[in-house]
Design a binder for this molecule. Sequence first.
Ligand SMILES: Cc1cc2nc3c(=O)[nH]c(=O)nc-3n(C[C@H](O)[C@H](O)[C@H](O)COP(=O)(O)OP(=O)(O)OC[C@H]3O[C@@H](n4cnc5c(N)ncnc54)[C@H](O)[C@@H]3O)c2cc1C
Length: 399
Amino acid sequence: MRLLVIGAGPAGTRCAVRLAERLPASAVTLAGAEAALPYDRVALSKLLAGDATMEGLITHPLALLRGLGIVYRPATPIAAIDRAASEAVTTRGERLGYDRLVLATGSSAIRLPLPGAALPGVVLYRDMDDVRAMLRAAAGGGAAVVIGGGLLGLEAAVGLAARGMKVTVVHAVGWPMERQLDPAAGALLTRRLGLRGIHFAMPASTVGIEGDTRATGVRLSDGRVVPASLVVMAVGIRPSVALAREAGLPVGRAITVDDAMRTADPAIHAIGECAEHQGRCIGLVAPALEQAEIAARAIAGVACAWAPRAESAALKVSGTAVWSAGDIATAGDDCIVLRDDAEERYRRLSLRDGRLVGAVLYGDTADAGFYLDLITSRRSVAGFRSVLPFGPAFVREAA
Ligand SMILES: Cc1cc2nc3c(=O)[nH]c(=O)nc-3n(C[C@H](O)[C@H](O)[C@H](O)COP(=O)(O)OP(=O)(O)OC[C@H]3O[C@@H](n4cnc5c(N)ncnc54)[C@H](O)[C@@H]3O)c2cc1C
């Protein structure tokens, strides 16, 4: 079989590897738009902060891919899929035939349609080229504004501050990471990052980027202008679905797939951030890798189904432990809060019908796995509720 994977991010690369292992007699091609070898996108923040090198981020050296029999085609953006001919067409007009095709095109970062958004000095945060642009800008020192105080925006802010820039985060909500943290944990995080020299403007909205030939600042809706020679937009992602849509495949927010990650065309699968399963899109690497495994199994003829699990996210900033999982902000949930101001430790557990549905851990995240297991298993916590916030050692004693 000719197996073609489009997109050499974590999902596409994992799928290509598994296909080569499961179907060694097949010809596996991995075509990616980026020029780099497959790398750890999640670790880009370490690269920005100076805690990793570009070479250190490479997950699949060429020798490894070749050893598996995978033909790797970097810098090969696919422009179209010709389903009638079972071929993908590159932007250079080359045609790559397939018997099975896997779309793993991921997402692209959103550029806010603001006046000045296209000025030099305004960058997104998604790939190695974006980090290179930030590092070049940071080398000159000066001030940076990060628009968006979500997980990515904060990691960008910390990285740029570590590189010596004066950083302001502009965020639309009153506390950072509002999708993962409640206001109390958000306030602790704001204070901690403030001690590292990061300023916050929130709630605040950006109305434009100032500058004639390059960015010089960010104008807020209250009229303030925050000076900046570098503006990083970290305001969200959009699944890359153009190829699938133009090929006539059903697309909602992302490419519609069944439990085996198969699109409406039985010869085409979609995995990772470009796929939509049961009306939901993912934005994290762990489920993207699980979907890659499922697609490879399905293509090899093994019956399988992807079952989504509770999502968890951690802020990857050294010296600041922040983790959250599940549903943390539903009104009416029963909450248990444990708070130690002197030690800067905070835990908020959300319960529904006697089961843990969400958790926020700040300051000490050692018990994250324990709470994630409870959320995923939907096990009743009624028998040990009084000791639940103290972690697994106390729960075991109570059981
Ligand atoms: C800075 C940063 C930090 C992150 N931190 C975390 C974290 O801590 N935890 C976590 O779970 N997740 C994190 N994420 C998100 C995580 O990286 C993504 O969930 C994951 O990369 C999704 O994998 P994917 O393979 O589906 O898509 P992607 O990683 O987006 O890969 C898709 C690839 O397809 C290529 N492509 C697109 N269109 C085409 C085309 N037409 N032809 C050829 N190639 C194409 C793209 O260039 C890209 O290389 C982070 C993301 C960033 C940017």
